[in-house]
Design a protein around this ligand. Structure first.
Ligand code: HEC
Length: 143
């Protein structure tokens, strides 16, 4: 039961769909999909964790890795839940995002500004492609 709860939470809290849907309105059939997150969704969760760590490092004036981790290369090919999401807009936003993320890893000055610009670039894509996690992504911003 616990496991099912976790996956329902994954669906309600983190997926692209609108949040706060009552659980009992979910059709039985779709509950099967709860068990498989797409490659891209998993990768995005990884980016979230990476950047939460970087935020902590910036706030405590600690070092972060000085080059982009290799899993960022998978962003251009990772399979999406909805493959039609990968269009011109998506590719352009992804290129912008990777550029912004690279600055966060490689540039030692203006760390907070570079970091927040990178988070804005996550949000710019999400506003069009995947609204669900935006409130969560905003928690990355450094005040
Ligand atoms: C170029 C567009 C784009 C950029 C940039 C982007 N995302 Fe996403 N994100 C998506 C799409 C599309 C999905 C849905 C993936 C799927 O379901 O296959 C997603 C899914 C997610 C999810 C939900 C995964 C789940 O549990 O279903 C989170 C969290 C997330 N992104 C966080 C981030 C963060 C944090 C950043 C920046 C560090 C970011 N995203 C940058 C497009 C983007």
């Amino acid at each position: 039961m616990k496991i099912v709860g976790v996956f329902i939470c994954v669906l309600l809290c983190f997926s692209c769909k609108e949040q706060h849907k009552p659980v009992n309105s979910m059709p039985e059939k779709s509950s099967f999909q709860l068990y498989s997150m797409s490659e891209m969704a998993l990768l995005m969760e990884q980016l979230y964790v990476d950047n939460m760590r970087i935020k902590d490092a910036i706030l405590s004036d600690a070092n972060i890795a000085d080059s982009l981790p290799s899993h960022y290369l998978n962003l251009s090919t990772a399979v999406l839940t909805d493959p039609t999401d990968r269009d011109l807009f998506f590719d352009k936003q992804m290129t912008e995002f990777i550029k912004a993320q690279r600055l966060v890893y490689e540039v030692e000055t203006n760390r907070k500004e570079n970091f927040n610009a990178m988070v804005q670039s996550c949000i710019s894509c999400h506003q069009v492609k995947c609204g669900g996690p935006i409130e969560r992504i905003k928690k990355l911003l450094i005040p």
